[in-house]
Design a protein around this ligand. Structure first.
Ligand SMILES: Cc1cc2nc3c(=O)[nH]c(=O)nc-3n(C[C@H](O)[C@H](O)[C@H](O)COP(=O)(O)OP(=O)(O)OC[C@H]3O[C@@H](n4cnc5c(N)ncnc54)[C@H](O)[C@@H]3O)c2cc1C
Length: 295
């Protein structure tokens, strides 16, 4: 039976899960911030197979929502209709339902229509299909907030602004555990997206939702995304070669947990790499333990 049928929870009806563990895997001197997350499936009836992914519906960064509201001169209390038809305040809608970082085509078109000559470069790029690559270069590292701050004089109604934004999409993460080993829990290995552009610190929506903002009473809305064609061989004696650099190790940690849980006798080859052995050998002790045990 699929997880969806067994539990009643799905992409359309995600399970509000408890974020039980959130710890940094990469060392303090690493250039990256890779984290190990454990999410409780307790009470959900959700089941998964190794190879599956977990869908996560994030919320946006409330600080960014505040900056957007401030730049537009809105209070956040304005009554709006959400994509699911419910009525809620603009602030809540921007927090939970709409994509507020990467600018959509609709947002750029609306801005060009309103700002005219003030956004001549953008108008030139969006108006010429032959300059698609130049437009991509121009937009790299530029978010909705940058356009709003640069064009404070442009006036939007809450409805126009909301209409120009797309729905906030869930992100998928490779499941890094086997239920045969961890029971009603799901583990993830996530590289937290943080970078700087145009003098501002930026945050990936879902990876920083999990790193910074969920847990402690804030649930993680999740669903299981089945990957029928990414599975261990049925015969446990079949050798397996796995190549997973960086967070690509996640599904293979799950495969190895499963092979150990069922006592699979087939040989396992795992190829893993990251920037520096001293700070980026993810799950070092665990993997070396498995090697010593013969897995
Ligand atoms: C099947 C599947 C499995 C996956 N498994 C994993 C996994 O196990 N672990 C994992 O960490 N991820 C995994 N991912 C990726 C994951 O789904 C997200 O895409 C990732 O975490 C980023 O999401 P975010 O919401 O944090 O960032 P977003 O808000 O989506 O922002 C990411 C975007 O920021 C921009 N950006 C990033 N860096 C820069 C920069 N330096 N300069 C300018 N712009 C930049 C890029 O446009 C990038 O697309 C998987 C994806 C799929 C499809």
């Amino acid at each position: 039976m699929s997880s969806e049928v067994a539990s009643g929870f799905s992409r359309k009806n995600p399970f509000p899960a408890v974020h039980a563990v959130n710890r940094r895997l990469s060392g303090a001197e690493s250039q990256k911030e890779t984290r190990h997350h454990e999410i409780s499936l307790g009470g959900s009836g959700l089941v998964y197979e190794v190879g599956d992914s977990l869908g996560v519906f994030p919320s946006n960064d409330p600080v960014l929502v505040g900056e957007i509201l401030e730049s537009l001169g809105f209070s956040g209390e304005e009554s709006m209709t959400a994509p699911d038809g419910s009525v809620k305040g603009l602030g809540e809608l921007l927090l939970k339902d709409l994509a507020i970082t990467a600018p959509s085509k609709e947002f750029l078109a609306a801005l060009v229509g309103k700002a005219g000559d003030a956004v001549a470069e953008l108008a030139g790029l969006t108006g010429d299909p032959a300059r698609k690559k130049d437009l991509e270069g121009y937009l790299w590292g530029r978010e909705v907030i940058d356009f709003l701050i640069e064009n404070r004089g442009v006036s939007w109604t809450p409805e126009e602004f909301v209409k120009s934004l797309r729905k906030l999409q869930p992100r998928l993460y490779s499941i890094a555990s086997s239920q045969k080993a961890v029971g009603e829990s799901v583990h993830l290995t996530i590289a937290t997206v943080r970078y700087e552009s145009l003098g501002r610190g930026r945050k990936g929506v879902a990876s920083t939702f999990l790193a910074d903002r969920s847990g402690g009473g804030v649930p993680v809305p999740i669903f299981v995304h089945t990957a029928k064609h990414f599975r261990l061989p049925e015969d446990p004696a079949t050798p397996v070669i796995m190549v997973g650099p960086g967070t690509g190790v996640a599904p293979f940690r799950a495969f190895l947990q499963e092979r150990r849980a069922v006592g699979a006798v087939g040989k396992n080859w795992l190829f893993f790499g990251e920037q520096r052995r001293s700070s980026d050998f993810l799950y070092e002790e665990e993997l070396q333990g498995l090697e010593q045990e013969g897995y």
